[in-house]
Design a protein around this ligand. Structure first.
Ligand code: SGN
Ligand code: CA
Length: 520
């Protein structure tokens, strides 16, 4: 035998030992965006914009067609994901009223204990200091699109130069580069995009300007038969709700609107050069808008087009950046052994019911996009139709890591659905929802409800006492409230019972509280 071959052979047992020691459990890259909705993703069909990189995840992996949140708002969704529990159990019920109790059990802490490296880059929005992360760099509150501040682990605040979505991606890749390559990891990439007020990257200012977006069929919904919907403040047409300066960027020196100061504070972060480019673009639109004033429905439709265009520009850069991260994972040989998740903190209205924002248990904001590229050994591909919820992510990741799933977690591991193409499991037939943030911005009243494959029953219980029942098969846009209609009596009482069962299952004390209030 050749001498070199011999000496190489003598090294083999050592190499074998090193291999055996490396921890080969799957990694997790969890990409979560803010307010990005399935209607604006081409892999979900019918999207007026293309998202080729998101579509790549769906094509190579799975797309969930019935993916829901438990409470359609940023902080609450994040708390549900971290704990695997509904809001009344994790304690974070609303952005404006809650502080996350970081001493409680969370999925990142459990993964950390199981030997995973844990890192979080981007939006946090849970008020208290993050716990359970080996590394984090977070945006203060909602963060900024332009030259944003980041809070580092020692509490110091650093102002970065650049566009938020680019920076979060760069920082995520930088963390991946320097991690311990012998141990598995979970990386949370939490974007600010596409949150209000949809400030685009300067390179895309002129994109989509020639696109005329189709109006949703129920853009002119009059909310008949739905009292809470009549009393919301998230209407595109309303000058109070969608602000012409802040939301539509139609501002010229001297203008004052309810939110113009907030608008100016965001764009004042641009460098003088970028500010000039920004103003050159929006000022010319503002002048034209001023010269040919619009009113009524024409103004509402014009605001809708502006809203869609800016949202689309922000989405395009998001899609680019997801592509960049996917390329990095592929080039680093990480793709085969990594679960890549793409989701949002909730869905969003793109003009449906005449709205922007979320909060309601109606389909557009109860849904949240969910795509997964699966690690080796998981054979499922295509569309997964089972009803999944954001409380399911924590048990899924723990099971993937081979760590025990605590019995007080309320979500279900998704792995049984993902192992094989015929992945089946004894699965839930209904999801439970509870929204709490009222009184608050956008004036969406507190409500809870149940959604099954066919039906939805909602109870708006504070300020008003209103029930709504929808037949999703015959009325997918939820325009006809069937509650109290004798023809649907059977469905109504069956759903009422199922709803109470879910409240018992999840131990939500709302009914007793309401009874207590009535008894007083
Ligand atoms: C801000 C926005 C609201 C939005 C909430 C919650 N107003 O307050 O439009 O509903 O965030 O969004 S703004 O004037 O500050 O833009 S969440 O996604 O973080 O829950
Ligand atoms: Ca959000």
């Amino acid at each position: 035998m050749h001498k070199t071959t011999l000496s190489l052979l003598s090294l083999l047992p050592l190499a074998g030992q090193a291999l055996a020691q490396a921890d080969k459990r799957p990694n997790i890259v969890f990409i979560m965006t803010d307010d990005h909705t399935a209607q604006m993703m081409s892999c979900y069909g019918n999207s007026p914009v293309l998202t080729p990189n998101l579509d790549r995840i769906a094509r190579e992996g799975v797309r969930f067609s019935n993916s829901f949140v438990a409470n359609s708002l940023s902080g609450p969704s994040r708390a549900c994901m971290l704990t695997g529990k509904h809001s009344h159990k994790n304690g974070f019920t609303g952005n404006e009223q809650s502080v996350f109790d970081g001493t409680q059990q969370t999925m990142p802490k459990l993964l950390q204990e199981a030997g995973y490296q844990t890192a979080l880059i981007g939006k946090w929005h849970l008020v208290s200091t993050p716990t359970g992360f080996d590394y984090y760099e977070i945006l203060p509150g909602q963060g900024d699109y332009y030259n944003p501040d980041f809070i580092e682990m020692d509490g110091s605040v650093r102002r970065e130069q650049g566009y938020c979505t680019d920076l979060i991606t760069e920082k995520s890749i930088a963390w991946l580069e320097q991690r311990d390559k012998e141990r598995p990891f979970i990386l949370f990439v939490h974007h600010k995009a596409c949150h209000r007020d949809w400030l685009p990257p300067l390179k895309y200012l002129r994109e989509y300007e020639d696109t005329v977006f189709p109006l949703p069929s129920n853009f002119r919904d009059d909310w008949a038969g739905r009292l809470a919907a009549q009393q919301q403040e998230m209407s595109i047409a309303s000058p109070h709700d969608m602000d012409i300066a802040y939301d539509n960027k139609m501002w010229l020196p001297g203008d004052t609107t309810r939110l113009s100061d907030l608008y100016l504070s965001y764009i004042s972060r641009l460098s003088p050069e970028d500010s000039a480019a920004y103003h050159q673009f929006y000022d010319s639109l503002s002048v034209a808008f001023r010269q040919a004033p619009l009113e009524g429905e024409r103004l509402a439709e014009w605001k809708f087009q502006r809203y869609m265009r800016d949202y689309a520009k922000v989405t395009r850069s998001l899609d680019d950046n997801v592509g960049k991260l996917l390329d990095y994972l592929e080039q680093s040989g990480l793709t085969d052994n990594t679960l890549i998740v793409y989701t949002s903190d909730q869905g969003f209205y793109m003009g449906e019911h005449g709205w922007f924002d979320k909060r309601f248990m109606y389909e557009e904001s109860l849904n949240t996009p969910l795509l997964m590229r699966l690690p080796e050994g998981y054979g499922r591909r295509g569309v997964v139709r089972e009803m999944v919820q954001n409380i399911d992510y924590a048990p899924t990741f723990l099971e993937l890591a081979g760590a025990p799933v605590p019995s007080d977690m309320q979500g279900m591991s998704l792995l049984p659905l993902l192992r094989t193409q015929k992945g089946k499991a004894k699965w839930r037939k209904a999801v439970y929802y509870h929204y709490y943030e009222y009184p608050a911005e956008h004036s969406v009243k507190r409500h809870y409800g149940i959604r099954t494959e066919r039906w939805k029953l909602i109870h708006f219980y504070n300020d008003i006492d209103e029930w709504e029942l929808f037949d999703l098969k015959n009325d997918p846009s939820e325009m006809r409230n069937l509650y109290g209609d004798p023809r649907y009596h059977k469905a109504q009482s069956r759903l009422g019972k199922q709803l109470r069962q879910l409240q018992l299952l999840y131990d939500d004390p709302i009914e007793q509280q309401l009874l207590g209030v009535t008894a007083d």
